[in-house]
Design a protein around this ligand. Structure first.
Ligand code: AMP
Ligand code: DBH
Length: 556
C-alpha cells in the first residue's frame, strides 16, 4: 500500500544534498519530540516551564502533551492532518505544540498579534481540521466562541484556552477527562523527513506565506544553536518575544532550552516592567529581544541604577529580528551588565550568530555569521553576479535547515529561488573576510517595524477596498524607537478622509494592529518609475524628508 499521500506535500532537498546532511549527522531521523523523551529519562522532575505561578516539569510537559495527543487521535485525528493554533505566551503553547508533533498533526502557530485576516489566510492554505485558540484574544472578546470566525476557519474541532467545559483546552490537557481509560489507538509523529509544522514568513506579497519545516531540518537548527550558544541544564531562558516566532522558538529559544534540559520562563511581553522582576525572581541568564525592546531596557537602566542589580543573573542578551544600531549595541554591556549576541535569522532557515568569544568589533558591528559549516551564502549584484568582498549585495542561501519552497506557492517560489535552490531572502548585506554579515538594506517590499514584519502589498490590498481610495502604497519611514514605521501614501476621492477612520476601516477588515499604517499621506497621484511601477524609493525619500523637516533641530 502506498502511503505517500498520508503526508503533507513540500519541496524536498535534492537527494544528493539530503544524503550529505544525513552523513554529516545534521539530519538524524529523529522527531522533535525526542528532546522530551531524553529529558524524561535523565531529569524528569527538572523544571521545563515557569508560567506565572505554575511550574511544569519535563515529565508533566511530556505527559500533558501525550494526553492531548491521545485524545486527538481517539477523536479521529491522524498523521498528515493540520491544525491552526493561536495562543499567547503561556505553558499551553508548548504543551499543544508537542502534543501535535506527537500525533503527526502539523500546526501553523499564528502569532497572538495576528487577527482575522491572517487566521483566514492560514486556514485557507492548510485547511485545518483543528483550531486551538484563546479566550484572551480580542477575537473572542465577548467571551463567546465567535462562531462566524470559527466557521470561516472551517475546523471540525475548536478548543479554546480559558473556556470551561468539554471544549475547553484545559479539559483536553487534564488527566480527569471522563474518556480516560478508553483505549487510544497507537500513534506517533510524522517521519523525521516530513513536515513537522509550518513556520510563518514575514512576507512580501498579498498573502502571508507558510514555510514547511521538517523534524530533521528544524531539529538540526536547534541542536546547532544549543552548541553554539552553550546551553545546558543551567540555562534559565526568558521567553519575552511571541513564543511561536522562530527566534524565541529555535535560536536556540525554548526548543533549545528543552533540548539542553534548562528552564523556560514565560513573560507576557518584552517590556522592562514585565521582564525585570522575572529576571530577578527566576535568576534568568539568557533572553532574546528585538531592538525596540532593548531600547526600553536601556532607558529603564539609565534612569534607575537599581536595574543593574535586578539583572545581575543575566549573562547573555541576544538581539535580532531587525537591525541593531551600533550606538545602541555599545550601551548594552555597560548599562545592562550582560554580554551581547547578535542574531540575524529568518523563519525560512539561515541563522547567523556573533559568537560569544568574538572580539567586540564583530559583536557590535555585524549581525554574525552562519551557524552551520554547510550554510551556503552568496552575495549577488543586480545582474546575479557575486559582488566584490565588502560590497553590498542580495543575500542568497541554501543549506541543511533552509527551506526549499513556500507551501503551495509555485509562482512565488519561482521568483525567490534560483535554479540551484538558493533562496533569495530579500536582504541586502555586506560580508567581511571572516564571513560575518552586516545587514545594510532590503530589496523585498516589506516594512520591518521593530522586528514585526509587514508585507506592503497585503496592507495596500486592504486599503484599496476602501471606496474612496484609488491608489495606495505602503512604505517604511525612519523611527527612532522602532527603527522603521509604516507610512501609507494614498490617492483618494474624498479629501476629508482621516487616519483614524482609515485605521478603523482596516481594523474592521481584520487587519492586525501592528500592520495599521502609522501615518497617512494623501497625494494627487503616486509617482511612477520609468517602467511604470510605483516609485517606492521616491516615496520613502519623500516621507523621510517630511519627517526630517518637521523635527526641531537639536544640538545636544
Ligand atoms: P521573517 O521572514 O519574519 O522570519 O524575518 C526574517 C527577516 O528579518 C530577515 O530576512 C531580515 O530582513 C530581518 N532580520 C532578522 N534578524 C535581523 C537582524 N539581526 N538584523 C537585521 N535584520 C534582521
Ligand atoms: O527575524 C527573524 O525571523 C529571526 C531573527 C532571529 C529568526 O527567524 C531567527 C533569529 O531564527
Amino acid at each position: 500500500m502506498t502511503q505517500a499521500n498520508r503526508f503533507l506535500p513540500y519541496t524536498r532537498w535534492p537527494r544528493e544534498l539530503a544524503e550529505q546532511y544525513r552523513a554529516k549527522g545534521y539530519w538524524r531521523g529523529e522527531p522533535l519530540t525526542t528532546m522530551l523523551d531524553r529529558q524524561c529519562e535523565v531529569a524528569p522532575d527538572a523544571t521545563a516551564i515557569l508560567c506565572g505561578e505554575r511550574s511544569v516539569s519535563y515529565r508533566e510537559l511530556d505527559e500533558g502533551a501525550s494526553r492531548l495527543a491521545g485524545r486527538l487521535v481517539r477523536h479521529g485525528f491522524k498523521v498528515g492532518d493540520t491544525a491552526l493554533v493561536q495562543l499567547p505566551n503561556v505553558a499551553e503553547f508548548y504543551l499543544v505544540f508537542f502534543a501535535l508533533l506527537k500525533a503527526g498533526i502539523a500546526p501553523v502557530n499564528a502569532l497572538f498579534s495576528h487577527n482575522r485576516l491572517e487566521l483566514a489566510s492560514y486556514a485557507e492554505q492548510i485547511r485545518p481540521r483543528l483550531f486551538i485558540g484563546s479566550l484572551a484574544h480580542s477575537l473572542f472578546a465577548n467571551g463567546d466562541r465567535n462562531s462566524d470566525l470559527l466557521r470561516g476557519i472551517g475546523a471540525e474541532l475548536a478548543l479554546l484556552d480559558g473556556e470551561s467545559g468539554e471544549l475547553g483546552l484545559t479539559h483536553w490537557l487534564s488527566d480527569q477527562a471522563k474518556s480516560e481509560g478508553l483505549a487510544v489507538p497507537t500513534y506517533g509523529p510524522s517521519p523525521a523527513d516530513e513536515v513537522a509544522f509550518f513556520q510563518l514568513s514575514g512576507g512580501s506579497t498579498g498573502t502571508p506565506k507558510l514555510i514547511p519545516r521538517t523534524h530533521d531540518d528544524y531539529y538540526y537548527s536547534v541542536r546547532r544553536s544549543v552548541d553554539l550558544c552553550g546551553l545546558g541544564p543551567h540555562t534559565r531562558y526568558l521567553c519575552a518575544l511571541p513564543a511561536p516566532h522562530n527566534f524565541p522558538l529555535s535560536s536556540p529559544g525554548a526548543l533549545g532550552v528543552f533540548e539542553a534540559g534548562g528552564t523556560v520562563v514565560l513573560a507576557p511581553d518584552p517590556g522592562p516592567m514585565s521582564c525585570f522582576p522575572l529576571v530577578a525572581r527566576h535568576r534568568i541568564n539568557l533572553t532574546s529581544l528585538v531592538p525596540p525592546a532593548v531600547a526600553l531596557w536601556l532607558q529603564a537602566a539609565e534612569s534607575d541604577p537599581a536595574v543593574r542589580s535586578q539583572l545581575a543573573s543575566l549573562d547573555v542578551l541576544q538581539v535580532g529580528g531587525a537591525k541593531l544600531a551600533e550606538a545602541v549595541a555599545r550601551k548594552i554591556t555597560p548599562l545592562l551588565g550582560c554580554r551581547l549576541q547578535q542574531v540575524f535569522g529568518m523563519a525560512e532557515g539561515l541563522v547567523n550568530y556573533t559568537r560569544l568569544s568574538d572580539p567586540d568589533e564583530k559583536i557590535i558591528h555585524t549581525q554574525g555569521r552562519p551557524m552551520s559549516p554547510d550554510d551556503e551564502v552568496r552575495i549577488l549584484d543586480k545582474a546575479g553576479n557575486p559582488v566584490a568582498p565588502g560590497e553590498p549585495g542580495a543575500l542568497h542561501t541554501r543549506g541543511p535547515y533552509t527551506f526549499r519552497g513556500y507551501y503551495r506557492s509555485p509562482a512565488h517560489n519561482a521568483r525567490v529561488f534560483d535554479s540551484e535552490g538558493f533562496y533569495c531572502s530579500g536582504d541586502l548585506v555586506v560580508q567581511d573576510q571572516d564571513g560575518y554579515l552586516t545587514v545594510v538594506g532590503r530589496q523585498k517590499d516589506q516594512i520591518n517595524r521593530g522586528g514585526e514584519k509587514i508585507a506592503a502589498e497585503e496592507v495596500e490590498n486592504q486599503l484599496l477596498h476602501h471606496p474612496a481610495i484609488t491608489q495606495a502604497a505602503l512604505v517604511s519611514m525612519p523611527d527612532s524607537a522602532m527603527g522603521e514605521k509604516s507610512c501609507a501614501f494614498i490617492v483618494s476621492a474624498d479629501p476629508g478622509l482621516k487616519p483614524l477612520a482609515l485605521r478603523k476601516f482596516l481594523r474592521a477588515r481584520g487587519v492586525a494592529d501592528f500592520k495599521l499604517p502609522d501615518r497617512f499621506e494623501t497625494l494627487d497621484a503616486l509617482p511612477m518609475t520609468a517602467v511604470g511601477k510605483i516609485d517606492k524609493q521616491g516615496l520613502r525619500a519623500r516621507i523621510a524628508e517630511i519627517i526630517a523637516a518637521s523635527q526641531p533641530l537639536t544640538t545636544a
